[in-house]
Ligand binder design. Structure first.
Ligand SMILES: [Zn+2]
Length: 400
């Protein structure tokens, strides 16, 4: 009986000794690991504190390998910047410092030349950049978006490139003062004729007793603006739905937010109009009034519930698009969305000359912008469609 007890005791002693020896070693390792982690965190904190200048060592290391990225500097960068400038992508200084402006220029070049848009001038990008067939940025041309017999169509099939800029953009709040509406973002712009029509419309709403709490939350958007809107929508879907993949979040976002190039906001003729403080615009008196009267001032409710299949977007009772009174009136009277209207004109079932009151073809050369009449048009036949009772989208201003 004694022998086994002794053996067990020896075993226990051995285990105890082993433990005493190993624990401090493990603890020491843990401490080292902890210290390393803290150091990493500190580095990360420093990096985020300086968003434009990425860790210099990394950029410099990459530069040694011939890859230029944010933080790179010197002659290589100067050469890159000069080339981007010559091709019309860079408007800033050629200073040999690869910062945010250079990155944006690289991205624009990559996009135009069918490369991955990572903003890093690596082998492929540099090869294309210095090649003879490198595509230059389009000249700084502005488009008269109201010059034409029929309204411009922008949707998922009819996209604009990132260099598209409408002519005659003005800041909305220079025309629309606080007594008519709040302009949510003071720099919001729109095409002059459309902003003036919007003002006239809001004055009419006010005269009808719907004068308070109008808010304009979006107008013209550049390609980059739209890209940011889309990215933040994707981000918000991902944070609300843990486990969603990026592509799933992107698909969901694209139901209500257009891809850059496919947004009507690029034209400077579309505005998101809503009621300040209302959790949902649909169903408000403002929405009803807009739906009934906006066409009198040349606007259409661009995305309607019953046209979702055609427009490719969920209904947005707050998104109005300026097309001019004649077109808007015809679309309202015939219950057509813009896609159907344009199709009708193209296949000849809609007589454009009758709508415009002149020969469509001859006006092509020197067409004047279709501006809303100052006087009231003949009495309307409103077919007030109840704004959809469907679940309201969130973030009304951030839509298509
Ligand atoms: Zn919109």
């Amino acid at each position: 009986m004694k022998q086994p007890v002794k053996r067990i005791a020896v075993c226990l002693m051995t285990i105890l000794l082993l433990c005493l020896c190993l624990i401090p070693a493990a603890m020491a390792e843990g401490t080292a690991e902890g210290a390393a982690q803290t150091a990493t965190q500190e580095t990360a904190a420093q990096e985020t504190a300086e968003p434009t200048e990425k860790p210099k060592a990394t950029a410099a290391e990459l530069q040694e390998q011939g890859i230029l990225t944010v933080g790179a500097k010197g002659e290589d960068v100067k050469k890159l910047q000069q080339r981007l400038k010559d091709l019309g992508y860079l408007s800033g200084k050629v200073d040999g410092q690869f910062g945010g402006g250079t990155k944006r220029a690289v991205i624009a070049f990559q996009r135009k030349n069918g490369l991955d848009t990572d903003g890093i001038a690596g082998q492929e990008t540099l090869a294309k950049l210095y090649a003879e067939d490198a595509e230059a940025a389009p000249k700084d041309e502005k488009t008269d978006v109201l010059n034409g017999d029929k309204p411009m169509l922008v949707n998922k099939e009819h996209v604009l490139d990132e260099f598209f800029t409408p002519a005659d953009l003005i800041q909305v709040n220079t025309v629309i003062k606080k007594d008519l509406a709040t302009v949510k973002y003071k720099k919001t712009r729109g095409v002059k004729a459309a902003v003036e029509a919007l003002k006239e419309m809001l004055e009419a709403a006010k005269a009808d007793g719907i004068g308070k709490k109008w808010q304009i939350s979006a107008g013209y958007r550049s390609w980059d603006d739209q890209n940011n809107v889309l990215n933040s929508k994707i981000k918000s879907y991902k944070s609300k739905n843990k486990g969603w993949s990026s592509s799933k979040a992107r698909r969901a976002a694209l139901r209500s937010v257009a891809e850059p190039g496919a947004s009507e906001h690029h034209l400077g003729l579309a505005f998101d109009v809503n009621k300040k403080g209302a959790s949902s615009f649909a169903g408000t008196k403002h929405s009803e009034w807009l739906n009934e009267h906006c066409w009198e001032y040349g606007f259409i409710i661009r995305y309607q519930k019953e046209k979702e299949e055609i427009t490719g977007f969920v209904a947005e009772p707050w998104h109005i698009r300026y097309v001019g009174v004649e077109h808007a009136k015809y679309m309202k009277e015939h219950d057509l969305c813009l896609e159907e209207y344009i199709q009708g004109i193209e296949d000849g079932t809609i007589d454009l000359s009758a709508i415009l009151g002149h020969e469509a073809g001859e006006a092509e050369k020197a067409e004047e912008p279709v501006e809303p009449e100052a006087e009231e048009p003949e009495p309307e036949e409103p077919e007030p469609e109840e704004p959809g009772t469907e679940e309201e989208m969130s973030g009304e201003g951030d839509a298509a």
